[in-house]
Design a protein around this ligand. Sequence first.
Ligand SMILES: N[C@@H](CCC(=O)N[C@@H](CS)C(=O)NCC(=O)O)C(=O)O
Length: 99
Amino acid sequence: MKLFYYPGACSLADHIALIEAGLAYRLVGIDREKRTEDGRDFLALNPKGYIPTIEMDDGTILTENQVILTYIAEESGKLLPEDRMLRWRTFEALAYMSS
Ligand SMILES: N[C@@H](CCC(=O)N[C@@H](CS)C(=O)NCC(=O)O)C(=O)O
């Protein structure tokens, strides 16, 4: 998967999660004109123009930090507690920190 990012921005959380999860990924930077470092129009990938954005190997795009972090956790089978209530507490903390 590709993680579209700006250095030091909120996409850093997803980068850390990818490392902790042990998933394969590639970082793709975005410039201020919304061009990706691999030469694409970022707004065609995510019309909202926000990072973080991920692109899966089949081209599927996913946006919104809380969703991407949850996706990384689910895909890896790591990072989320087994206990159902503790999972909800994790989402609660994520929502608190993100808003
Ligand atoms: N609703 C989005 C907001 C993400 C967001 O605000 N990203 C900022 C960087 S931290 C961004 O891409 N801003 C647009 C820009 O700087 O051009 C989310 O939660 O993922």
